[in-house]
Design a protein around this ligand. Structure first.
Ligand code: ADP
Length: 344
């Protein structure tokens, strides 16, 4: 078990900075997911933890020990890659044992650990098979078993499920969640798949262009996105956005005669804004649920005087089952009838 501390970590390749000012504390037992679009720096940070890439600036500690200069083998970590790269000529058992033999662990202890990992991952009946005679999902389980038997303080996963088909990916996601519940090993998991992040993580670190956009629990990130980028990145189908004029401290719903959305005043101060960007999650626009307007901190969005907000729920009596599909144009405002506040 271990905790991780990142203090102002940066990474440059030549003149190009790909990670800047990265600060994060990962507590013992936590399952942290780095999430973000391709190229945002997730793997680079993981590789710095693993000791596969040098740290350009800042300090990385594992269990309060600064590890910047520590060789990989002394960091008490085990990594599972997207490409599981098993030794094809070896049996599953030998693949799992390989790292342990190099660590000079006694044979009976190796055997005990292999049996434990095989039981955890349902590999008992495959131990004597060649690794090439396994399906992709089984091979990935062997790769995970190979990491588990090292009993590291930290597991690092780099897109471990990306090469599997959708069904297997779902299955393996559940298995990973299960064995983390059982082993409780501190884990850092890199993915661009928000579903993996939302279902596995205790905490999500959402990255954009080498910077942290938001850190929070899956629920916090979903319900209280700090910016329009986060709001747009999380949630399927994607959130709809539209600009709403502000009239004093009220939303002016498309010129109609009454505002149709209610603003959570504790979170949003509309004074001084001309327009805000409201977002509607298609799945949450439940009819009759009365509008609490939310999102978090009013991050600036693309136009300089517009603010990113999330409209949590809006109500409609026009059609109780209607949900705005992703990309739909939605207008807000009362029409002639008092409760007809949502239209297309
Ligand atoms: P992610 O894992 O989020 O997809 P990466 O961490 O792999 O992103 O990459 C972050 C950025 O760093 C990308 O723009 C990538 O092109 C760049 N990068 C990664 N490795 C190298 C390298 N060895 N040399 C130069 N640039 C690199």
């Amino acid at each position: 078990m271990a905790e991780l501390s990142f203090r102002n970590i940066s990474k440059s390749y030549g003149d190009t900075q790909v990670v800047a000012g990265f600060n994060l504390e990962v507590r013992n037992h936590e399952f942290i997911v780095f999430l973000g679009p391709s190229g945002c720096g997730k793997s680079t940070i993981l590789r710095m933890i693993a000791g596969l890439d040098d740290i350009t600036g800042g300090e990385l500690s594992i269990d309060k020990r600064v590890v910047n200069q520590l060789p990989r083998r002394d960091r008490n970590i085990a990594m599972v890659f997207q490409n599981y790269a098993l030794y094809p000529h070896m049996s599953v058992r030998d693949n799992i044992a390989f790292g342990l033999k190099r660590m000079k662990i006694a044979p009976d202890e190796i055997d005990r650990r292999i049996r434990g990992a095989a039981a955890t991952l349902g590999l008992e009946q495959f131990l004597d098979r060649k690794s090439t005679a396994l399906s992709g999902g089984q091979q990935q389980r062997v790769a995970i078993a190979r990491a588990i038997v090292k009993t590291p303080g930290v597991f690092l996963f780099d897109e471990p499920l990306s090469n599997l088909d959708a069904k297997l990916r779902n299955h393996m996601r559940v298995e990973i969640a299960r064995f983390h519940q059982r082993l409780k090993t501190t884990t850092v998991y890199v993915t661009h798949d928000q579903l993996e992040a939302m279902t596995l993580a205790d905490g999500i670190v959402l990255l954009r262009s080498g910077l942290i956009e938001q850190v929070g629990t899956p629920r916090e990130i979903f319900e209280r996105p700090d910016s329009q980028f986060v709001a747009a990145f999380i949630g399927t189908p994607a959130m709809n956005f539209f600009e709403v004029d502000v009239n004093g401290s009220e939303l002016n719903a498309a010129g109609r005669n009454a505002p149709a959305v209610f603003v959570d005043r504790e979170r949003f101060d509309l004074n001084g804004s001309k327009t805000v960007v409201a977002g509607v999650r298609p799945a949450t626009s439940a009819p009759r649920v009365l509008p609490t307007l939310l999102t978090s901190s009013m991050a600036m969005s693309t136009s300089s005087n517009s603010l990113a907000m999330t409209l949590w729920s809006i109500s409609s009596t026009r059609s109780r089952d209607w949900r705005p599909p992703a990309g739909a144009t939605v207008s807000l405002g009362r029409r002639s009838r008092a409760d007809d506040i949502l239209g297309r």
